[in-house]
Ligand binder design. Structure first.
Ligand SMILES: C[S@@+](CC[C@H](N)C(=O)[O-])C[C@H]1O[C@@H](n2cnc3c(N)ncnc32)[C@H](O)[C@@H]1O
Length: 280
């Protein structure tokens, strides 16, 4: 199915408005390669008709399918490894210490958000770090730690909850020991153990819209998400993330992402290869 200039402009604007994702002209082919089967299955003959159905709201499930198909879900356990080392060795102990000092008056708690979590590899990696860190200290137990994974797509969240991954989706960073300890082979896929799955809850959240209802977080991972957004979209999302971060909270972005020209509300700190941000 071909896409005309006008159809491309309409759909590009629609995706930008709904998700913040900016599909460049050179990625125009993504509409035809990824959406043609969906349109045929829905009995929709042209991209203009598809656009009309989307804005009419008569088949609202198509919005989720469109966004799930047009976004990249590329991820993996312990993606880039080094941010997870910094999280475990520096951010987690420092945050826990601050929290424990206040625990004389309040019950200790630690809240961690993985925003734009794809099929769950990121929040589950966080859970694995937390699991291994817990026995090294005496203040926090598992019930004091909240880990929430969010994504714009309901289909993606459904997948994440299952905790089932192909070899490709596991990524290259997991050691064979980690694979052996936390996963079981299930035909073509790897099933993450229940113990780690139970440490994470998932919710569908569009980062373009405020999500203060999730509460405040000590640590936010939003890695490899805003890189696909327009500058305006990045500013909006970072503003929303700032609002849910505790005053001394920590924000991790992807290795190719930064807040340069996006926000002046954070101070950056570099530990080895990892840069992370705290509200200024
Ligand atoms: C490339 S994946 C990154 C996954 C993981 N954070 C990582 O670094 O491996 C980007 C994810 O962001 C999600 N996403 C895109 N736009 C979003 C939005 N407006 N709100 C929430 N999630 C969004 C996509 O559905 C996708 O699962």
């Amino acid at each position: 199915m071909d896409i005309s200039d006008r159809e491309f402009d309409l759909l590009k604007e629609y995706v930008l408005r709904e998700s913040g994702i900016d599909i460049a002209e050179e990625k125009r082919y993504l509409f035809t390669t990824r959406l043609s089967d969906l349109l045929v299955g829905e009995g929709i003959m042209t991209f203009f008709d598809f656009y009309s159905v989307l804005v009419s709201g008569t088949r609202s499930y198509l919005v989720d399918q469109l966004l799930a198909l047009m976004t990249t879900h590329e991820s993996g356990f312990f993606r880039d490894r080094h941010p997870y080392r910094v999280f475990t060795d520096t951010v987690l102990p420092e945050t826990a210490k601050r929290r424990a000092e206040r625990a004389r008056f309040l019950p200790p708690r630690l809240r961690i958000l993985s925003a734009g979590c794809s099929f769950g590899q990121e929040p589950y990696s966080i859970a694995l770090c937390v699991k291994r860190w817990l026995p090294t200290q005496s203040v926090f137990s598992e019930k004091d730690i909240t880990i929430i994974g969010t994504d714009i797509s309901a289909l993606t969240i459904k997948r994440a909850k299952r905790g089932e991954f192909s070899d490709l989706e596991l990524g290259k960073q997991l050691s064979s020991r980690e694979r052996q300890d936390y996963f079981s082979r299930n035909g073509e896929t790897w099933q993450l153990c229940e113990e780690i799955r139970n440490m994470v809850t998932f919710q569908q959240v569009n980062l373009l819209k405020p999500f203060d209802n999730l509460g405040k977080f000590d640590v936010v991972f939003c890695r490899n998400v805003i890189i696909y957004f327009s500058i305006e979209g990045r500013k909006t999302v970072v503003g929303h993330l700032r609002r849910v971060l505790e005053p001394e909270g920590t924000l991790f972005l992807g290795s190719a992402e930064s807040l340069y020209t996006i926000s002046n509300d954070f101070t950056s700190r570099a530990v080895e290869q990892t840069t992370y941000y705290t509200p200024s």
